[in-house]
Design a protein around this ligand. Structure first.
Ligand SMILES: [Zn+2]
Ligand SMILES: [Zn+2]
Length: 941
C-alpha cells in the first residue's frame, strides 16, 4: 500500500460528491483566516458585507462604477496584516462575478517587503456569471510587478482586485473566505522585481564627451573612412563577392543616372495598407496609380495605395544617395557624387513643404514628412546621411548649410527627436538617424542624445532591452533581428568616430545579442517560432560581417557560411576569408533569463535538439504555452510550434495564441494563465541531457512539472507530473503533442471511435479535425496499456517522422482517452497531426510517461516500463525504464520534491543507490540486470 501524507489522507476523506459551490477545499497545513468580513471597514467605498457566500457565509460585495475601464476593489492592510500577507506562501479566497463579464481580472498585493513594496500582480480566471470560484495564489510567485514608476509603499499595504471592463458596464464582484498559509520557517520573502523593472533601474555610463566630438575624423566617417578605403578597394577587386557586389552597385547607380531627379510632391504612406482588404494578400504595383490584388484581381487606386507606392519611391532615392556616394569613393568618378548632391539638394528644397502626417494622415508627433511614422523617417534618413557624408568634399559650404537647415536638422530634431519612446526597436532606428546626423555635422548634443540618453539612447537600449541571455526583450525573433539592423548604422559610424559601443560598457551584452540566435538555433540554423514569431534564422544575415569584424570571435562567422557574401557589410568591413567552422558543437544550455532550456545530442546530420520554454510570459507577444517544446532530429523538425498569423485575423487568437496549439498541458479546455515557470534541475551526461521545470501558476489548483530527457540522437522521454491541489471539482487534464508528417498508425487500443467530448466553444478546439478517440481503462502497472502512434513523411512513404509511445503511469485507476486528429500548422489547410491524452482527476497526482522516437527509415522504438507506479503519489516521484533497442536502456527518475529514493539494480545490495536528486539518469545494459526497481524511502515525519 502506498504511504499517504496527512494532507492527502485528509483530501481522500473529503466527500467529492458535494458540488464545488458548497465545498471548501481542504485547508493547507498551517492555514489561517486572514479577514473576518464582519465589517466593510477598510474596503473601498461602496463595498458591503452580504450573506451570499456559499452556505450563507459572509462575503464582501462591490459593484464596479460604470465610469472608467479599469476599476479597483481594495482592502487596506494595517502593518500586522501587511506582515502576515508578505510572509505567506499562499493566499486563498473565493470570488464570484455577476452582471456583464469583465475583460480582465487581476489581484495586486502591496505588502512590503514583498516585491520591494511595489504591486505584486496575479491574474485570475473569470468564472461564468454567478459561479463561485476558489483560487490559490502563490504569493511569492507573482507574475509581474507594477507601479515601479511611483515610490514603493513602506507603511501599510493593500489587497486589490483590479477589474478591466467596458466603460458603462458595472459588474458586481464578491470576495469571501480569505485565508493565508504562512511561509515555512526560514523561507525568504520574494523581493524581486520583473526583468523589465530591474532593467529599468540600470544606469548607463556616458560614452560621448564634447572632446570626442571635437576630435572627429575627416569626412567620410559614417560608412567608411579614408584610412579604410584601400582595404575596401582591395576587397572590391580581389574577392569574388566584392567584385559581384560592386558590379551590382554600379548597375544600380547607372540606372539612377539615366533618369531625371523627380521627387514626389508629397510624403508616403504606411506599408501595412498595401494589402487587399478581402484576401489579405499584398498588392502588386502595375503603375503608380494602379495596384492589383494577385489573388482576386481587384484593382485599387488613389489614397492610401498611391501614397504607399510613394514611400517606395522615397526609399529608392535615399538608397541611391548612399550607393552613389559609396561608388564615388570607390571609383573617384565625380558624376556619381554630382547626382547624389542633386538628390540631396532636391530634398532640401522639398522637405519642409511635405506636410507632417501620421498613418491616419494627421499632423501629429510620431508622424513624419517623408514617411507616416518616425520609424519610416529614420530608415529613410539613415542612407541619406551616409551618402551625404561620402560626397562631403563635393559639397560647397552653402550646400552644406542648406542641407543642414532645410533637411537633416528639421528631420532629426523636429520630427524624430520630438517623438519620445523608451526601450523599443523603433527607438533604435530613431537613435541611428539622430546619431548619424550628429556625427555628420559634428554636433555633440545630437550624438550624446542618440548614444547616452539615459531613457532611450543606444546604451540604454543595449543595457535594458537585451536580456542576460542575449535575446531582445520583446520576446519574438522578428523583433530581435529588426533591432540588430536598427542598432548597426550608429554602432558602425560611432566606431569610426572613436566612440566604441562594441567594446564599451555594454559591449559584452551587445555581443550576446548576436550570439543568442546561434546558440539557441536548431541544427539547421532555424529558431523555434515561440510567441508571436514566425520561423527566423541568423543564417545569411549580413550584419554578422560587422559582428565578426568588431569582436573577432569565430563563433560569429557561423551565419555567414550560408551567405554568398555579396553584401554592403562584407565589402565595407568583412574579413577576407571566414574562419573555419568550430569542431565543437553547441552544448546543451539553460538560458535562465528568457527561460529556454536547450538540450542537444548527436552531431552533423543526426544532430538532435529539444527546446523547452518555461520562462516569463513575454508581454503582449507571449503565448500561453508554459513547458511547450520544439523537437528536431534526423534533419527535420519533429514537433513544432505553429508560430503566428498576421495580427488581427481571427485564427491568431483562435488557434496560434491558444495553449492547445502547443506541445504542453491544457486543463479544463482553457488557455493557461500568463505565468513564469521555474527551472528545477538540469543535467548533462555522456549521450544524454535532461531538464526539469515547474510551469508556475498556469491554472488555479494545478501544479505541472515536466521532466524531459534527450537520449542519444533519436529518442526523447517525458515524465509529466500533474498534481491537483484544490479538491471538489473534477479537472480535465489534456496533454497535447503535435508531431509533424501525417498519421500512419494509431494503435494498441483497438479501433477508434468518434469522440463526443470535444467542445466547439473552447480555445482552439474548434480547429481540430478528423479526430478519433481511443480509451485505455487505466489501473495497470505493467506495459500492457501502452499506446503507440506513428507519423510518416507524406512525400516519402518509407520515411517515418516520429513514433509516440505513451505509458499509463498513474496513481490508482485513472483511465486515459487518446484523441488522434489534426490541428493547424502554417494555415488552416496545413494539417498537422495532433495527439491529445486526456485524464479526469479530482485530487492527487497523475503522471504521463511518454516518449518520442525518430529515425531516417524506422524511428527508434522506445519501450517504457513504469518502475514504481505506487511510489508516484503522494511522494511525487516518477520512475521509468526506457528501452531504446540496441541494448540501450535508461532508468529515468523525476523527483521534483527531493524525496529520498532508492534505486535497486539487480539483487546485489551493493548496487543499491540512495539519493535525493531531482533528476536521475542511469544508463545500463539490461541484459546484465536481472531485476530493476526504484522505491521511495519512508517519508513520514
Ligand atoms: Zn483580393
Ligand atoms: Zn506559439
Amino acid at each position: 500500500m502506498m504511504p499517504l501524507s496527512r494532507r492527502d489522507a485528509l483530501r481522500l476523506a473529503l466527500p467529492f460528491a458535494l458540488s464545488p459551490s458548497t465545498l471548501l477545499a481542504a485547508p493547507e497545513d498551517g492555514e489561517v483566516p486572514l479577514l473576518t468580513l464582519d465589517t466593510a471597514a477598510g474596503w473601498s467605498s461602496g463595498a458591503k458585507v452580504v450573506s451570499e457566500a456559499p452556505g450563507g457565509g459572509r462575503a464582501i460585495a462591490w459593484t464596479a462604477p460604470a465610469d472608467g475601464t479599469v476599476v479597483t476593489l481594495s482592502r487596506t492592510l494595517d502593518t500586522p496584516l501587511r506582515d502576515q500577507v508578505a510572509r505567506s506562501a499562499i493566499l486563498r479566497f473565493r470570488y464570484r462575478v455577476d452582471g456583464p463579464t469583465p475583460e480582465t481580472l487581476h489581484v495586486k498585493i502591496i505588502a512590503a517587503p514583498l516585491a520591494g513594496g511595489y504591486q505584486a500582480l496575479f491574474s485570475l480566471t473569470i468564472p461564468p456569471p454567478g459561479e463561485w470560484r476558489e483560487t490559490t495564489l502563490r504569493v511569492q510567485e507573482y507574475s509581474d510587478v507594477w507601479g515601479t514608476d511611483v515610490t514603493p509603499q513602506a507603511n501599510g499595504g493593500s489587497l486589490q482586485w483590479r477589474v478591466g471592463k467596458k466603460a458603462g458596464e458595472s459588474p458586481r464582484l464578491m470576495v469571501a473566505d480569505l485565508r493565508v498559509t504562512p511561509l515555512p520557517a526560514g523561507a525568504a520573502i520574494n523581493r524581486e522585481l520583473s526583468r523589465e523593472t530591474r532593467a529599468a533601474g540600470v544606469k548607463v555610463k556616458p560614452l560621448v564627451t564634447p572632446e570626442t566630438v571635437m576630435r572627429l575624423p575627416d569626412h567620410p566617417r559614417l560608412l567608411l573612412t579614408a584610412a579604410e578605403l584601400p582595404a575596401v578597394k582591395r576587397r572590391a577587386s580581389d574577392t569574388e563577392w566584392g567584385r559581384a557586389f560592386v558590379a551590382g552597385l554600379r548597375t544600380r547607380a547607372d540606372e539612377t543616372l539615366a533618369k531625371p531627379v523627380a521627387l514626389p510632391d508629397r510624403g508616403g504612406q504606411w506599408f501595412h495598407y498595401y494589402a487587399c482588404p478581402k484576401h489579405g494578400t499584398r498588392l502588386r504595383t502595375e503603375a503608380p496609380t494602379r495596384h492589383v490584388c494577385p489573388t482576386g484581381g481587384e484593382v485599387f487606386t488613389g489614397y492610401p495605395y498611391d501614397d504607399v507606392f510613394l514611400s517606395t519611391v522615397h526609399n529608392r532615392f535615399s538608397d541611391a544617395v548612399r550607393d552613389l556616394g559609396l561608388l564615388y569613393r570607390l571609383t573617384g568618378e565625380k558624376k556619381y557624387a554630382a547626382r547624389a548632391r542633386e538628390i540631396l539638394l532636391a530634398y532640401a528644397d522639398k522637405y519642409l513643404t511635405y506636410p507632417l502626417h501620421d498613418i491616419k494622415g494627421e499632423a501629429k508627433v510620431g508622424g513624419g514628412r517623408v514617411g507616416p511614422q518616425t520609424l519610416d523617417e529614420s530608415t529613410w534618413l539613415i542612407p541619406m546621411a551616409q551618402g551625404c557624408d561620402a560626397v562631403w568634399d563635393m559639397l560647397s559650404a552653402a550646400d552644406r548649410d542648406t542641407l543642414r537647415t532645410k533637411l537633416f536638422y528639421p528631420a532629426a530634431t523636429d520630427v524624430i527627436q520630438k517623438h519620445r519612446m523608451s526601450i523599443h526597436n523603433i527607438q533604435c532606428w530613431k537613435n541611428s538617424a539622430v546619431g548619424l546626423v550628429g556625427l555628420l555635422f559634428g554636433d555633440a548634443a545630437l550624438v550624446s542624445d542618440a548614444i547616452d540618453n539615459p531613457e532611450r539612447g543606444m546604451q540604454a537600449q543595449l543595457a535594458r532591452g537585451i536580456t542576460d541571455d542575449g535575446p531582445w526583450y520583446e520576446g519574438a525573433w522578428g523583433y530581435h533581428f529588426y533591432t540588430i539592423s536598427a542598432l548597426a548604422p550608429l554602432a558602425e559610424a560611432a566606431h569610426r568616430c572613436g566612440i566604441d559601443l562594441y567594446k564599451g560598457p555594454q559591449g559584452d551584452r551587445y555581443k550576446r545579442f548576436y550570439l543568442a540566435p546561434i546558440q539557441m538555433a536548431m541544427p539547421d540554423g532555424r529558431l523555434p517560432a515561440f510567441n508571436d514569431s514566425g520561423t527566423a534564422t541568423a543564417n545569411g544575415n549580413a550584419l554578422y560581417e560587422l559582428a565578426l569584424a568588431r569582436w573577432g570571435d569565430p563563433a560569429l562567422a557561423a551565419p555567414l557560411r550560408a551567405s554568398n557574401r555579396r553584401t554592403l557589410h562584407a565589402l565595407l568591413s568583412g574579413v577576407d576569408t571566414l574562419p573555419a567552422a568550430s569542431a565543437k558543437p553547441e552544448p546543451s544550455r539553460n538560458f535562465a533569463d528568457v527561460g529556454y532550456a536547450i538540450l542537444r545530442g548527436g552531431t552533423g546530420e543526426s544532430a538532435a535538439y529539444l527546446a523547452l520554454k518555461y520562462g516569463p510570459h513575454g508581454g503582449g507577444h507571449g503565448h500561453p504555452d508554459k513547458l511547450n517544446f520544439v523537437l528536431y532530429g534526423g534533419g527535420r523538425v519533429i514537433a513544432d510550434d505553429p508560430g503566428t498569423a498576421a495580427y488581427g485575423v481571427p485564427i491568431q487568437a483562435g488557434w496560434y495564441k491558444t495553449t492547445l496549439a502547443h506541445n504542453t498541458l491544457v486543463v479544463d479546455e482553457e488557455n493557461q494563465k500568463p505565468a513564469t515557470g521555474k527551472a528545477m534541475a538540469f543535467e548533462v551526461g555522456e549521450g544524454w541531457s535532461a531538464f526539469l521545470a515547474d510551469a508556475g501558476p498556469i491554472y488555479d489548483g494545478i501544479t505541472f512539472r515536466r521532466a524531459t530527457f534527450l537520449l542519444g540522437a533519436d529518442a526523447a522521454v517525458f515524465l509529466d507530473l500533474v498534481r491537483v491541489t484544490d479538491t471538489g471539482r473534477p479537472r480535465t487534464i489534456d496533454l497535447t503533442v503535435h508531431p509533424n508528417g501525417v498519421w500512419e498508425s494509431v494503435g494498441g487500443l483497438g479501433a477508434g471511435s468518434k469522440p463526443d467530448q470535444l467542445p466547439a466553444n473552447k480555445p482552439g478546439y474548434s480547429y481540430l479535425r478528423e479526430v478519433a478517440a481511443y480509451t485505455a481503462a487505466g489501473g495497470s502497472e505493467g506495459v500492457g496499456d501502452q499506446f503507440t502512434a506513428t507519423t510518416r513523411d507524406p512525400q516519402d512513404g518509407r520515411l517515418r517522422v516520429a513514433t509516440l509511445t505513451f505509458s499509463m503511469l498513474t496513481e490508482g485507476a485513472q483511465g486515459t482517452t487518446f484523441f488522434a486528429g489534426t490541428g493547424v500548422g502554417r494555415n488552416t489547410e496545413d494539417r498537422v497531426p495532433l495527439l491529445l491524452a486526456r485524464r479526469r482527476i479530482v485530487a492527487g497526482m497523475t503522471c504521463f510517461a511518454w516518449a518520442v522516437g525518430w529515425g531516417k527509415q524506422t524511428p527508434a522504438g522506445v519501450t517504457l516500463r513504469p518502475l514504481t507506479p505506487t511510489a508516484l503519489a503522494p511522494a511525487g516521484v516518477a520512475a521509468v525504464r526506457a528501452d531504446l533497442g540496441n541494448g540501450r536502456s535508461f532508468v529515468l527518475i523525476a523527483n521534483p520534491e527531493n524525496q529520498a529514493v532508492t534505486l535497486h539494480l539487480g539483487a546485489d545490495p551493493a548496487q543499491e543507490e540512495k539519493a535525493t536528486p531531482r533528476l536521475r539518469i542511469k544508463q545500463f545494459d539490461y541484459r546484465g540486470a536481472a531485476t530493476l526497481h526504484v522505491s521511495p524511502l519512508p517519508f513520514w515525519e
